[in-house]
Design a protein around this ligand. Structure first.
Ligand SMILES: Nc1ncnc2c1ncn2[C@@H]1O[C@H](COP(=O)(O)OP(=O)(O)OP(=O)(O)O)[C@@H](O)[C@H]1O
Ligand SMILES: [Mg+2]
Length: 125
C-alpha cells in the first residue's frame, strides 16, 4: 500500500518533459531564387512560411560598413523529421555555384500556438 502511495505521489511531482519536435529553417537566398526555393520546400510538405526582405554580408564579402547585399530570408517551422529533405531541396535549387549563394540556419523551436483554435506544437504548424 505504501509503495502504491509513493508511486502516486511521484506521478504528481514528475515535471512535464517538453519534447522538442520542431525546427526553424531560415534560408538566406538570392532574391531571384526566392520563388524556386519556396516551391521546392512546399513540395516537401512544409506548412506556413514567412519571408523577410533582408540585407546582409557574408563572411567572404568585403566588410564594408553600411553596404549590404539584398537577400530574401525564408523562414519555415517544420517537424524534425522533415529537416533533411528540406535542406536537400533548398541546396538543389539555390546553388548557382557563384559567390553569395547564401546560407541555411536550423534552430530548435520549443512551442507553437495556433491563436484561435489554441492547438499547440506540430498541430499548429
Ligand atoms: N554567419 C551569418 N549569420 C547571418 N547571416 C549570414 C551569415 N553568413 C551569411 N549570412 C547571410 O547570407 C547572405 C549570403 O551569404 P554568402 O553566401 O555571401 O556568404 P559568404 O560567407 O560570403 O560565402 P560566399 O563565398 O558564397 O559568398 C549574406 O548576405 C547574409 O545576409
Ligand atoms: Mg559572399
Amino acid at each position: 500500500m505504501k509503495l502504491k502511495l509513493d508511486n502516486l505521489f511521484l506521478s504528481f511531482k514528475r515535471p512535464k518533459v517538453i519534447k522538442e519536435t520542431m525546427k526553424k529553417i531560415e534560408t538566406v537566398v538570392r532574391s531571384a531564387l526566392r520563388d524556386q526555393v519556396v516551391s521546392a520546400i512546399k513540395k516537401e510538405g512544409v506548412g506556413g512560411i514567412t519571408i523577410w526582405h533582408t540585407q546582409g554580408q557574408g563572411a567572404a564579402d568585403p566588410p564594408l560598413v553600411g553596404q549590404y547585399f539584398s537577400r530574401e530570408n525564408i523562414v519555415t517551422i517544420v517537424p524534425d523529421s522533415k529537416v533533411d529533405v528540406i535542406l536537400d531541396a533548398i541546396a538543389q535549387v539555390a546553388c548557382t555555384g557563384e559567390k553569395g549563394d547564401g546560407k541555411v540556419f536550423v534552430t530548435n523551436v520549443e512551442q507553437a500556438l495556433d491563436i484561435c483554435t489554441k492547438q499547440k506544437g506540430e498541430s499548429a504548424i
